[in-house]
Design a protein. Structure first.
Length: 124
């Protein structure tokens, strides 16, 4: 299987099925810090990143926004003092698509020494 970080998002216009549990299980090892959560009946990938302050959290948010624009696939992002929560899902199919796993992997790949304080997932 090709590494998710090397893939690009493909336009999802609807009519495509959401990923099966088996397909998700095959992709999960490439994004081990992400949780599959269900909100309002829609499965999403969710991860919380921790930072030393708000400025670092905001800088990370902006970098996530940049890769989202580049790929044409956009997350829900909650930026707070010392933490950023990112959720990926495909709105048009109301669930998870390979694009969401690609973007989770690309989010993990954001490589900046100032983000050395990143920690894993920390769900509520």
């Amino acid at each position: 299987m090709e590494e998710l970080t090397n893939l690009k998002c493909i336009p999802c216009r609807g009519g495509q099925p959401t990923l099966t549990d088996g397909q998700m299980a095959a992709l999960r090892p490439q994004v081990p810090e992400w949780d599959v959560v269900e909100k309002d009946g829609v499965k999403r990938l969710k991860r919380r990143f921790h930072f030393k302050n708000f400025a670092l959290a905001l800088a990370f948010t902006n970098q996530v926004g940049q890769i989202a624009e580049e790929q044409g696939h956009h997350p829900a992002i909650l930026t707070e003092w010392g933490q950023v929560t990112v959720e990926w899902w495909t709105h048009v199919i109301k669930g998870l698509h390979q694009n969401d796993f690609i973007m989770a992997a690309k989010t993990d790949q954001i490589d900046d020494p100032s983000f050395a304080s990143l920690s894993g997932s920390d769900d509520e």
